[in-house]
Design a protein around this ligand. Sequence first.
Ligand code: GLU
Length: 508
Amino acid sequence: MSKVRVRFAPSPTGGLHLGGVRTVLYNYLFAKKQGGDFIVRIEDTDQTRFVAGAEDYIFNCLKWCGMEPDESPLHGGPYAPYRQSERKELYRKYAEQLISNGFAYYAFDTPEDLEKMRNDFKTAENPSPQYDGNVRMQMKNSLTLPEDEVKKLLAENARHVVRIKMPAGETISFTDMIHHEVSFDSSLVDDKVLLKADGMPTYHLAVVVDDYLMKITHAFRGEEWLSSAPVHVLLWKYLFGLDNMPQWAHLPLIMGPSGKLSKRDGAKYGFPVFAMNWTDPKTSELTEGFKERGFLPEAFINLLAVLGWNDGTEQELYSMEELIENFSMDRVHAAGAKFDFEKAKWFNHEWIKKLPVTNYEARVKEIFESKGIEIKDDIYFTKVLELVKERCPLLTDFFDQAVFFYITPASYDEASVKPKWENDKNDFFAELVTKYNSTADWNISSIETEFKNLATEKNIKVGELQMILRVMLVGTKMGPGVFVIAEAIGNAETVNRIEKARVYFSSH
Ligand code: GLU
C-alpha cells in the first residue's frame, strides 16, 4: 500500500472552530498512527472570502495544538506550492480536458442571463432553480452555441466559466469510512462551476486536482461537504480514475447541548481555538477562544478527540501519544457528538492536575502580570501554583485562587467572622502574634503547634479559630490548608495580616 497521506485543506476565511480542529486532529492521528504524512493545503481560490491574517492564525492554532504539518506553505515539501492561489495556472488544463471529453462545457451567461433563468424557471416546487440538466440547453454555453461562435467568443476573451455537465439519471456511489455506502442521484446535482471567470478554479475542481497531484490517500472533512461529494467523485472518475481516489470520511458535526451549535453557543463557549485579531465574519464579534479562556492544549486535544470517538474502554484521558497509539476511524461515531462545556472544563482540570506546574506557569504568570502582580520569585510562584492547582479547572482560575499569596486582603468575609468575634478571640490573636514574633523556625508544624497549644491553653475551639485565621490571611474561607498558607507567605507577613485583621474586627 502506498504511504498514507492526509490533508487538512482550510480556506483562510476566519477562525478555526471546534469542529474544524477535530477534523484536523482525526486527520493527524490517522496519519501519524500509520506513519503517514500530514499535509496542510490552503484553499484560497475564493478571493472574495479571503480574510487577511487567517492563514497565520491557522498555523498558530496548529502549533498550539501540537499538530505540526509535514508539508504546507510554511513547511514546504515536494508538492509545493501548497497555496491554491499560487497553483492557479495548472487547473485550466484539467478543465479543458474535461471539456474535450464532453464532461464539462464553457458557459458565457451574463449575470442578467442567470437572473432571467431563475425567474423563468421558478415554480412553486422549485423556487430557486439551479443551472442544471433542466435548463442548460436553454442557456448560452458551448453545448447550445454553434462551434464557430464558441471559438470566436473564446478568441475574444469573452467572460466565461467552465461548468461540469452532470449526467442525467446516474447513481453516484462511494464508500465513506464513516457513513459506509453513500449514493446520490446525479439528476439532483447542479452543473457546478469548475473554473471561474477570473481563471481561478472553484473549490470543486481544485480539491480533486490537488488531492490527486499531492497523492492524498485519505480525505477527511466535515459532513457539510457530503453534498459536494458526488461532484468530486465524478471529477475523479472523469480525470484520474476512481481507483486513484482517496478514501473519504465525512465527519459528523459537533452539536451544542441543545442541538446544532448556534452562533450564540459559539460566543458562549469560545469556540475558536484562540482569539482572532479580526472580527469573526460568522458572528460579527471579536471572540475569545479556548486558549484565552484558560484551556491547556493537552486538554483541548483530549476533549476534542473523545467528542465522537472512543477506543472501546472506559479511558477518558489521553495524551497525544496515546491518541496516536489508540486512534482508529472505525470507532468514530456517525452521529453528531454533543459538546458540553462543563465536561470540557473537567478535562482541563484533570490536565492541570496531571501536568507539572512548570508546563503552564508561564501562561499563568502572564495572567498575574496583566493584573498588576509582578512575579519576581519563580520558585515561590511554582510552589503557590502547586498549592492551588486542585482548585483551578481553568488557567484563568489561578489568579483568584492564589492572589492572596501576593497581596494582603483588602476586605474580609465579615459574615463568617463577626458572629464569632468575642474578646477571647481578640486576646487569642494578640497573644498568637507575640508567639509568632518569636517563632524561631517558621514551618507548617511549628506554626500549627503554637496555634493549637495556645487554643488549648485558652480553651477555645480550634476549628473556629482556624476559620478566623484563614479569613485573616486570605480574606475569604477558600484556599489550601491555613498553616500551609502561613508558611508560604512567611512569618512577618502572617503576623502583619493577623494584626491588621484583629484591629479591623475589634473596631467594626
Ligand atoms: N476548503 C474546504 C474548507 O474550507 C475543504 C474541504 C475539504 O476538506 O475537502 O473546509
